[in-house]
Design a protein around this ligand. Structure first.
Ligand code: SF4
Length: 188
């Protein structure tokens, strides 16, 4: 299911929107505060003490058709998937100080010898992860401009004590899918 980057020829996001339906998206405290403040406290939920993006029906609240309304403001978990950083891994997953895999559940992952574009994609993912970059050129679909809609911020309630306390939370390293919180933004 997790393929070392060295066995991936390329990856393209086709904007199928499936990952926005499959997973509960865990947020970093600063992301929870930012999204809550900008779009409303009702856009996030606290589950087992951790903030996640609210879901409506079978998908993320920010999924519009197959597109993300947050654009460049989406959480780092969303920006990185299906690229997975692990604490340990095989030599075939090592890249510039990281162990990097691709989750083959994403239909855009293609096996083979790494292409030049794949290297660009991985470098961008590292820069996103390290906070050196916000905009995505390779690690998302090129489907148009930021589709941020004011309507999303329909019920901005401002920060609450609960949200302020999120800044002090520490997050464990674990992963799961579908029925649990999927921690795409955390080291495994
Ligand atoms: S924030 Fe955007 S990319 Fe992330 S799950 Fe929601 S719709 Fe998908």
């Amino acid at each position: 299911m997790l393929l070392p980057w060295s066995k991936v020829r390329d990856w393209f996001c086709f904007a199928c929107g499936e990952c926005c339906r499959w997973f509960f998206v865990s947020l970093r405290p600063d992301e929870a505060i930012r999204i809550s403040s900008a779009y409303g406290r009702d856009k996030i939920e606290i589950v087992h003490g951790r903030p996640i993006l609210r879901r409506i029906g079978d998908s993320c609240v920010f999924l519009y058709g197959n597109l993300c309304l947050l654009g460049d403001e989406k959480p780092i978990a969303c920006k990185l998937w299906p690229i997975v950083f692990t604490r340990e891994g095989g030599a075939d997953s090592y890249f510039n100080g990281y162990y990097i895999y691709f989750d083959e559940r994403c239909p855009g992952v293609k096996r083979g010898r790494p292409s030049d574009r794949l290297y660009m994609t991985i470098m961008e993912a590292i820069h996103l992860k390290e906070g050196q970059k916000i905009k995505q050129n390779y690690t998302t679909a090129r489907v148009g401009p930021n589709l941020l809609l004011p309507a999303v911020a329909s019920s901005t309630l401002g920060l609450t004590e609960e949200m302020s306390s999120l800044q002090n939370l520490e997050f464990p390293s674990y992963s799961s899918s579908r029925s649990k919180i999927y921690t795409r933004n955390m080291k495994r």
